[in-house]
Structures are given as structure tokens and as C-alpha cells.
Design a protein around this ligand. Structure first.
Ligand code: FPP
Length: 249
């Protein structure tokens, strides 16, 4: 088995953590049990990224569409996220990891929002790694929000229409200042992006795993990184062009 090449790791990995419910069902347990177990996989992946020096990790923890779930599950998920933020804070501090919320703040239960804001505040100066926690997040909603803010700045004259560019537009997204994901991982066997980082994943490598999220452990994450390293990222160029850039000819 080839070793992981520490020099060509992705800078930003984004993960759709799917399959908690099915994992619990297989074990004849309630869905919330699956989410609790899923928090363990989150810890493993965060620890692994920090150890390898991957500076950005984005986790899709609660989507706009998740509001359609049974009310009891929604309540339990927010409770779990709140407890997770509290329990992981010492670890974020000791590992100097910054946590940033991406997503809409309205509708997030106030007690969770308070915890989120305080975690963001406490960790804001850490630069060893950044976790973007996507909560109440939707990719289309993010783009529309950015377009509104952008239009506001154009109408007020702060920005001239000649300045409109993809780079400037990106700075209105929640992920402003963060490089686009190089690798997106989705567990749980579904092959779709489900309204996740629609703008940002334009050139991302996509990796789909049949494993349910609670069964996705460090070795599976490493396997995804190795697969990423086997891919040739061309960004619209030909394979020959890429080789000549690498060889400097
Ligand atoms: C998808 O599984 C998972 C979620 C909707 C929530 C993700 C939440 C966690 C992993 C809990 C902990 C997270 C953090 C950041 C502490 P699903 O319920 O859609 O599974 P299914 O497709 O089998 O129904």
C-alpha cells in the first residue's frame, strides 16, 4: 500500500457526514443513537487533520433540509451539537483550532447560537487549523445571501460594476478568506452533493464512501486522502500541460 504523501495533502477537506440514522437502525436503536456515535467519527477526523497539518475542515452537520425531520430528532440533534461544542472546547483550545459557523443564524435555537458564538470568540485567534461547522446551511441560500449583500454594495456605490468578479463575489460567502475545498467526502453511499458548498466545490475532487458515518474511522479518512493523491487535478488544462508545469519545462 503506498504511503500518504505529506507534501501533497489537500488544504481543505469538506465532509457530508451521512448515514447516522441507518447505522442506528441496523443496530435496532433510535436515530439519535447514530448521531451520538457519529460525533466519535467527527473527533477522529478532526484529530487526524490536525496531526497531518490539513489546515481547513468543513463539516456538514445540519442542513436547511434537515428541518424536515421529525421534531424530536431535530431537538435531539441541536442538544447533541450544543453538548459537543461544550465538551470539545478544551480540545479546540489545547490544539489551537479555530471554529467558525457557516450557515444562517436565524432558526438556530438561541442556546446553541450562544454556545456557537462563544466558541467562535474563544477560538478566534487560533491558526493551527480551522473547522467550518455548517449548521442551518444551504449552498443556494448562501449564494443568494451573498448576491443580496453584493448588490447592496453595488447600489450604494461602494463597488463599481467593473469590479464584479468571481473572486470578489466569493468574499461575500460565509467561507470568505478560506480556500475552496480540494476534496469533498460523502459517506453513506449516496452520490450527490445535497446543496453543500455549491459555489466553492467547483474544482473539488469528489470521494464517495459506502460506509455509514459512524463506521468512518481514521483509516478510512486516510484512504480518501490517498485516493485524492492518485487523482490528476487538471483545472481545465491538459495532462501534458500539468506534467510540464511539474517538471518545469
Ligand atoms: C446524516 O445522517 C447526519 C446528520 C444529519 C447530522 C450529522 C451530525 C453528526 C455527525 C452529529 C455530530 C456532529 C457534530 C459536528 C458534533 P442521517 O441521519 O441523514 O443518516 P441516514 O441517511 O442514515 O438517515
Amino acid at each position: 500500500m503506498p504511503e500518504l504523501d505529506l507534501k501533497t495533502l489537500p488544504r481543505h477537506v469538506a465532509i457530508i457526514m451521512d448515514g447516522n440514522g441507518r447505522w442506528a437502525k441496523q443496530k435496532l436503536r433510535g436515530r439519535v443513537f447514530g448521531h451520538k456515535q457519529g460525533a466519535g467519527s467527527v473527533r477522529e477526523v478532526v484529530t487526524c487533520c490536525r496531526r497531518l497539518g490539513i489546515p481547513y475542515l468543513t463539516l456538514y452537520a445540519f442542513s436547511k433540509e434537515n428541518w424536515n425531520r421529525p421534531e424530536a430528532e431535530i431537538r435531539a440533534l441541536w442538544g447533541l451539537l450544543d453538548r459537543f461544542l461544550k465538551s470539545e472546547l478544551p480540545d479546540l483550545v489545547s490544539k489551537e483550532i479555530r471554529l467558525i459557523h457557516i450557515g444562517d443564524t436565524e432558526d438556530i435555537p438561541p442556546y446553541v447560537l450562544k454556545q456557537l458564538r462563544s466558541t467562535e470568540e474563544i477560538t478566534r485567534n487560533y491558526d493551527k487549523m480551522t473547522i467550518n461547522l455548517a449548521l442551518n446551511y444551504g449552498g443556494r441560500q448562501e449564494i443568494v445571501r451573498a448576491a443580496k449583500l453584493f448588490a447592496g454594495d453595488i447600489l450604494s456605490g461602494r463597488i463599481g460594476t467593473g469590479e464584479i468578479s468571481p473572486e470578489l463575489f466569493s468574499s461575500y460567502l460565509y467561507t470568505s478568506g478560506c480556500p475552496d475545498p480540494d476534496l469533498v467526502i460523502r459517506t453513506g453511499g449516496e452520490i450527490r452533493v445535497s446543496n453543500f458548498l455549491l459555489w466553492q466545490l467547483a474544482y473539488a475532487e469528489l470521494y464517495f464512501s459506502e460506509l455509514l458515518w459512524p463506521d468512518f474511522h481514521e483509516e478510512n479518512f486516510i484512504e480518501a486522502l490517498k485516493e485524492f493523491q492518485r487523482r490528476e487535478r487538471r483545472f481545465g488544462r491538459t495532462g501534458e500541460q500539468i506534467k510540464s508545469v511539474i517538471l518545469g519545462i
